[in-house]
Ligand binder design. Structure first.
Ligand code: G6P
Length: 468
């Protein structure tokens, strides 16, 4: 039992296993955001080490106490691949894929959430602050409160929270809301997510909501106020700027363009291979532009990085097949010996290579059908220290609330998407600069450090509120 003042609870630990069984920090934004707080407070991080049946004792890593939660092969199948990624993920992303409701998956979700809550309760010192992350752990806030009424609990929801008409499909809709309401502050990406949540709480639990406050009755007859509010997440912008300035990364960007045969314009898509990202819509639009002759393979190449994700879940297996069939067809129809229509990469790359790609890309295509935030959009903007490049951004990604100077599109409107791509390809440098500068200012001023600071300040305010 450790005595941390600050505990993060997330499905994954912030580290990856390297080849020789050691650990290296995984480059996620969350780690970067929380690292300063973790160091200051000797924080602990409770999470799954990412592989089934890995039983590990807590260990120290770069100033943090890491507390691994072992998941069996069956936990991975029922809790992670099942309930988290085949029930909640599709339901919360507007049922783009059909959610599956299985009672055995729910039972595993309750069981695994209980284990996470117990581990967090053991790691937290008296009066500690515990910050629970994301949809895999929606029951942890209340489970933890039951075990440790002395701790302050925050929860941040990284993905969308759906409209009530969809949310109400969930057979366990009340239990999930009650789980989340165990937190003192429940953070969402967009204002719309927070209002969807408040509406679900009113309709299902008949609780009173007022601005961001929700009156939650307590077992002793009193009530406390939980806050549900938007805190849009961001990236560590300064790191992207520094890397984008590095001469070797800039040289790599030039080399990438050469390797692609020096097309006049490089379009880029970077996504986890996920049905929420609108990759098919993007390919459809690009394929039609080639067919119509509005773009030529001699002038324009689309680079699509689709990193492997959740590879044993059926909807992901089908999506991969569909995308690879489409890419193969388009390339078969339009490639020449010297030029390819689509350079498709089913791989994950280190951050340096991604930044070189951002610098090499004239147009970044973010066409998500639904996305909590989409940090790739912010990464592209932060990396463009030359104030060039065009961001084509779906209005269904949370990032569109902040990046209003992007070319905003509705990815379902293929005609509109095609026009936006053509406009992006031909956009004069002055207009690129004007739009990019406005977006860069926003990302610089509202980076991930500001995000965590604002969230934790809201949490501290709950603790010091009168009657708390
Ligand atoms: C989204 C979720 C994260 C998740 C990530 C990668 O961004 O909000 O919670 O970690 O996808 O997915 P994975 O299933 O590999 O953890």
């Amino acid at each position: 039992m450790s005595e941390a003042e600050f505990v993060v609870v997330a499905n994954r630990l912030p580290v990856d296993r390297d080849e020789d069984g050691g650990w290296r920090s995984s480059p996620g934004g969350l780690v970067a955001a929380l690292e300063p707080v973790m160091r200051k407070t000797e924080g602990a991080w409770v999470g799954w080490p990412g592989k089934a049946d890995l039983e590990l004792e807590p260990f120290d890593f770069e100033g943090m106490r890491l507390v691994p939660i072992a998941l069996s092969e069956s936990d991975v199948e029922l809790y992670y691949e099942g309930f988290a990624n085949d029930t909640i993920w599709p339901l919360y992303h507007d049922v783009i894929a059909a959610p599956r409701y299985r009672r055995a998956w729910w039972e595993a979700y309750v069981d695994v959430n209980t284990r996470f809550a117990r581990a967090a309760a053991d790691a937290a010192g008296r009066g500690a602050t515990v910050w629970v992350q994301d949809y895999q752990l929606q029951l942890v806030p209340q489970l933890l409160r039951d075990l440790r009424p002395d701790v302050t609990i925050g929860y941040f929801h990284h993905i969308p929270f759906p409209a009530y008409g969809l949310y109400s499909q969930l057979p366990w809709r009340r239990q999930v809301l009650e789980g989340l309401l165990g937190a003192d502050v429940i953070g969402f990406q967009r204002v719309a997510d927070a209002s969807n949540f408040a509406r679900a709480v009113r309709r299902q639990l008949h609780l009173e909501t007022k601005a961001s406050g929700i009156r939650v009755p307590q077992p002793d007859g009193s009530a406390r106020i939980a806050r549900a509010k938007a805190f849009p997440i961001s990236i560590d912008a300064a790191v992207y700027v520094d890397l984008a300035r590095r001469p070797d990364i800039q040289a790599r960007a030039r080399q990438i363009r050469e390797e692609l045969g020096n097309p006049k314009r490089v379009l880029l898509g970077v996504d986890r291979l996920d049905y929420t990202k609108g990759i098919r819509h993007r390919l459809k639009a690009f394929g039609e532009l080639l067919e119509d002759g509005r773009v030529s393979v001699d002038d324009v190449t689309l680079v699509q990085v689709a990193s492997p994700s959740r590879e044993r879940v059926d909807s992901y297996i089908h999506l991969r097949d569909e995308i690879e069939l489409t890419v193969g067809r388009i390339n078969g129809d339009y490639d020449t010996m010297g030029h390819t229509a689509i350079r498709y990469l089913h791989q994950a790359y280190p951050r340096e290579e991604m930044i070189a790609l951002y610098l090499a890309a004239d147009v970044m295509l973010v066409t998500a059908l639904r996305d909590g935030m989409n940090l790739v959009a912010k990464e592209y903007v932060a990396s463009r220290i030359d104030n060039r490049g065009v961001l084509v951004l779906s209005e269904f990604a949370g990032a569109s609330d902040e990046l209003g100077s992007a070319l905003l599109i509705n990815p379902h409107d293929i005609g509109g998407l095609k026009d936006a791509i053509v406009r992006a390809i031909g956009m004069p440098a002055a207009e690129q600069g004007r739009r990019m500068r406005a977006m860069r200012r926003r990302v610089r001023e509202h980076d991930v450090e500001a995000w965590s600071r604002e969230f934790l300040a809201a949490l501290a305010a709950v603790r010091t509120a009168p009657g708390a």
